[in-house]
Design a protein around this ligand. Structure first.
Ligand code: URA
Ligand code: SF4
Length: 185
């Protein structure tokens, strides 16, 4: 089994899909490699590409606030994306790109072995839970897959676009906190 560092070294030289052409940095992942909880987003945006760190732009700042509100810090969690290089103009990743890149995410999940996985947004939920997942209709319900408790919720960028969604995301974060505490004991 690789370590997270070994996997990262391999991944930052990756040219498996066309997204390698436009990237400044591969955004491998960030946080605690022993975390009980992993958050999975979609793909790097402008700031993430520049810095090589996931969720550092506006959506990331909101995510940090929501984490803090349930007593978690970035150093308590691990965070990564479905694709690790920025899609041009922040478009959704193409199927071929996700298919190539998700191998790295699978390894990250195997190595970190979290108890909880939070899918941030539809692209994440469709790749982790099921291809026809509808985030508006189906968010907020725990899904058990193997040994993982999976919670699909809105992407923080969606909350920035539509503040009406925030109350639902807050319910989901409270459920996440509850499960996190339950699984600790
Ligand atoms: N949105 C994502 O899905 N991932 C990031 O890393 C940043 C914004
Ligand atoms: Fe490799 Fe993933 Fe980047 Fe594509 S997006 S080049 S698969 S690291």
């Amino acid at each position: 089994m690789y370590t997270l560092e070994e996997l990262k070294k391999y991944c930052i030289n990756c040219k498996k899909c066309n997204l390698c052409n436009g990237r400044t940095n591969v955004v491998f992942g960030d946080g605690n490699g022993n975390a009980d909880i992993m958050f999975i987003g979609e793909g790097p945006g402008y700031n993430e590409d520049k810095q090589g760190v996931p969720f550092v732009g506006a959506a990331g700042k909101l995510l940090d606030k929501m984490l803090n509100a349930i007593g978690l810090k970035r150093s308590d969690i691990y965070i990564a994306n479905i694709v690790k290089c920025r899609p041009p103009n922040n478009r959704n990743p193409l199927e071929e790109e996700s298919k190539q890149c998700i191998e790295y995410l699978r390894w990250q999940v195997k190595i970190i072995n979290p108890k909880i996985i939070v899918c941030l947004g539809a692209v994440s939920a469709r790749h982790i839970i099921s291809p026809d997942f509808r985030i508006t209709k189906q968010r907020g319900q725990w899904i058990k897959k193997g040994r993982f408790h999976i919670m699909p919720t809105y992407h923080p960028a969606a909350l920035l676009r539509d503040a009406n969604k925030k109350k639902y995301a807050w319910e989901d974060f409270k459920a996440i906190k509850e499960m996190y505490e339950d699984l600790k004991s």
